[in-house]
Design a protein around this ligand. Structure first.
Ligand code: ADP
Ligand code: ADP
Ligand code: ZN
Length: 214
């Protein structure tokens, strides 16, 4: 089962991707998480990516594509994966398709988590991320047991720099210009599935399970 998650920043891609990965025992591959891990470890890639991420811009395709193509070729991804945050541009989608078709494979589902822009600022300003494990919470919709502390690992929670409202506005603009065209791209391939992302997390997940299990 090879799945990609589409949707605006903050639509709930990561939240749902983690649940899918757990239920179907496939790896959750998040390009945002990969970049943040590189930033934390001070790698060259991390340094380059940070300059774009801080502005709410996309990291250039050439810094992302090889990384993902290598990752999906690893053994644990043979029977499936859920890609979260990739592809974000048409060239990225084409590169993924080309890499998979080389091994006679393809994406099975492109799941679009649909949330209108009005809801996004609220989602993002309440998002809290664990500095230690990358776990994601929301101060209202998915609070931790102890405020500011990760339930999973006890790490400290922060508001990501790029989740500040000014940066979020730019990320939304970038989403509409560069990523939204993927909806048509996958629709033409006949594998686009849309879910209403304004429902609560469990309801969204149930809709996704219904799609995957028909
Ligand atoms: P969100 O979860 O809010 O959608 P991500 O964690 O997926 O955000 O991504 C954070 C940032 O990392 C993006 O704003 C962008 O700068 C960069 N990034 C992540 N994935 C990609 C990608 N596939 N192509 C280009 N940039 C990316
Ligand atoms: P994305 O990966 O698309 O950027 P996230 O999964 O990180 O989005 O979700 C963004 C924020 O919204 C997080 O704080 C998350 O806890 C919260 N969230 C996710 N799904 C829902 C939902 N269905 N209803 C309310 N809040 C949600
Ligand atoms: Zn944690």
């Amino acid at each position: 089962m090879k799945i990609i998650m589409l949707g605006a920043p903050g639509a709930g891609k990561g939240t749902q991707a983690k649940k899918i990965a757990e239920k179907y025992n496939i790896p959750h591959i998040s390009t945002g998480d990969i970049f943040r891990a590189n930033i934390k470890n001070g790698t060259e890639l991390g340094k380059k990516a940070k300059t774009y991420m801080d502005q709410g811009a996309l990291v250039p395709d050439e810094l992302v594509v090889d990384l993902v193509v290598d990752r999906v070729a690893q053994d644990d991804a043979k029977n499936g994966f859920v890609l979260d945050g990739f592809p974000r541009t048409i060239p990225q989608a084409e590169a993924l398709d080309a890499a998979l078709s080389k091994i006679n494979d393809k994406v099975d589902y492109a799941i679009d988590v649909d949330v209108p822009d009005e809801n996004i600022i609220n989602r993002m300003s309440g998002r809290r991320a664990c500095v230690a494990c990358g776990g994601t919470y929301h101060i209202v919709y998915n609070p931790t047991k102890t405020e500011g502390i990760c339930d999973a690992c006890g790490g400290k929670l922060i508001l990501r720099d790029d989740d500040q409202p000014e940066t979020v506005k730019n990320r939304l603009k970038v989403y509409h210009e560069q990523t939204q065209p993927l909806i048509e791209y996958y629709s033409k391939k006949g594998i686009l599935k849309s879910v209403d992302g304004t429902q609560d997390m469990a309801e969204v997940f149930q809709c996704i399970v219904d799609i995957l299990e028909v």
